[in-house]
Ligand binder design. Structure first.
Ligand SMILES: [Zn+2]
Ligand SMILES: [Zn+2]
Length: 218
């Protein structure tokens, strides 16, 4: 299993990175990205800390830890700058907190992130056909979310991705131990989004391809 969207207590997760990763390791995960919430205020604080933790854990554990960030509620006009800044600071993965239907995320966030070349558009809510087509063109993964609330629009995201030829990824968006997905629960979330039997393996393969693209070997 692979999960490329999780939170530690460097944002609103409850676990220190070491415990977060140890718990995923115990569940048999191969790779986990720590992608704490960030904006212009804390990007340069959070990323070096996550990179430090990832380096230490990668030297000592079997699960591959990928340092990333989730740009969250950033005004759409500032997203491009922060994507560049995150990469300069060493983020291997840039996730964007998309237009989930359970929060007042600024309209235009999905599009600004796709144009800025993020890696994963998390919980994109009622994503439009044009946005899904842009994701397909730019090979940006659209997220099927394991998080209650964000997951309300998983079916819509799956349908728009299929129509546009965009690729999907499954992430737990873990904040606490009970959010971590077992393989069985992951399968249910994916099939609950209306995707056919066997789709979990396709979504996991999409995660693997993204890891190869960013130079992480499992
Ligand atoms: Zn989010
Ligand atoms: Zn998140």
């Amino acid at each position: 299993m692979i999960d490329l969207h999780t939170h530690s207590f460097f944002s609103d997760g409850v676990l220190v990175p070491s415990e977060l990763i140890r718990r995923f390791e115990a569940l048999g995960y191969e790779a986990v990205a720590i992608t704490d919430h960030a904006d212009s205020s804390n990007l340069d604080f959070v990323l070096p800390r996550i990179i430090e933790a990832a380096n230490a854990l990668n030297a000592a554990q079997s699960v591959k830890v990928i340092p990333g960030v989730e740009l969250t509620h950033v005004p759409p006009s500032s997203i491009e700058n922060l994507v560049h800044r995150a990469r300069e600071l060493g983020a291997f993965l840039v996730v964007l907190h998309g237009e989930t239907i359970v929060e007042p995320v600024a309209p235009g966030t999905n599009r600004a992130g796709l144009e800025a070349g993020i890696d994963i558009l998390a919980h994109p809510g009622l994503i439009t056909a044009e946005e899904a087509a842009l994701a397909a063109k730019k090979q940006i993964l659209l997220e099927i979310s394991g998080r209650p609330g964000h997951a309300f629009s998983n079916g819509h995201v799956a349908r728009q991705a299929e129509k546009a030829g965009a690729k999907l990824i499954l992430d737990s968006d873990t904040h606490a131990p009970h959010d971590m997905l077992t393989r069985e629960m992951a399968r249910k979330v994916v099939e609950g989004a209306g995707l056919p039997e066997g789709s979990l393996d396709i979504l996991l393969e999409n995660s693997r391809i993204l890891l190869e693209k960013i130079g992480c070997r499992l």
